[in-house]
Design a protein around this ligand. Sequence first.
Ligand SMILES: [Zn+2]
Ligand SMILES: [Zn+2]
Length: 371
Amino acid sequence: MKKIILAGMCLASLSVANAATTTDPIIKVTLLGTGVPLLNADVLEANGRALSGLLIEAGSERMLFDVGQGVYNRLIQSGGGVMNPNVGVDKVFISHLHSDHIADLAPLYAIGGLYRHPDAKEGDVQGFNGLETYAFPTTTPLRVWGPGGGPNQPVATWAMMQNFRTAYQTDFYVRSIWSGWDASLGLDAVETLNATQELFEGVVYENNGVTVTAFLVNHEPVSPSYGFRVDYNGHSVVFSGDTAPTPNLLKNSQNADVIVHEVYGFAREDAPNIYDYHTSPEDAAKLFKSAKPKQAVYTHLVVPPGTTPNDLADRTRAAGYKGKLALGVDLMVINVNADSVKIQQPSTAAAMNTKKARGEFMEVARARRSK
Ligand SMILES: [Zn+2]
Ligand SMILES: [Zn+2]
């Protein structure tokens, strides 16, 4: 009898453990681009990273932060299958207007319009070149939060979106003829639906229990430049944007579970001016030591020739940071759970995403059959 009870207890605790490991994370961060603009084919060959971008999912909210070159393709890869909902992301927060943070905003606006949908219903799934994909007769606007103008910033985010609208009008128009899709909503959205909003310091977005706070960082002369903090259910993730060390980043990183931080590895004497607007591994260590995140993550890695990303981590450790530090790579996933933060390397993350995407696809297929 005692044995049976024990066996029962074991099973119970096993199922609790399984439930904990299969539960969705409270906040899921997918690094979509962890690189920087490069002018050297050897370095590109060596790291092959997309530029700045990360997807943060919290509750029912899915938000993109920065859309640098290559991020659109990573977004497609990140969802793991034909029913990839990530491409339909309709909220984008732009840290600043350097090209490595905005270059794929245009294709996300134009092509991504085919995927954005307010209420995905099974009847909306259409055949598309032999694949099942989201393609809807109407679309929701791409909502963009970005910096306003500044002394060195003649074109603010709103004006930039107007210009994208003009530049991509043919693309919208042609796709609307071809698919019966109402392109006017996508085009009008930029002008009429308050879809582009200027960032300010403070809470810039709040919905379904998720709060996005923008705060100024120091990326002079690119000003204003912002970092972001996402809070949900008592947990939080901070994204530094591009910045030199600034007390405002520390202030906004208090009690954060995760800090995703840029890092610039050249020796100070080799690039003195760059340190006016970027952060060395040693300075990042100071921030991490004060803010004490459960997990620090490097992105936007500037790795000098002849060194590796591990050298950046070694320098951070030598500067006294003893906490967890991950070297970001494209498609790495950071899961914020109730009592832990877990890193998934890209291959594991891809397998999980594919499994999830297939499950969603089968659900839709089943619903269609039962009709
Ligand atoms: Zn920048
Ligand atoms: Zn940058």
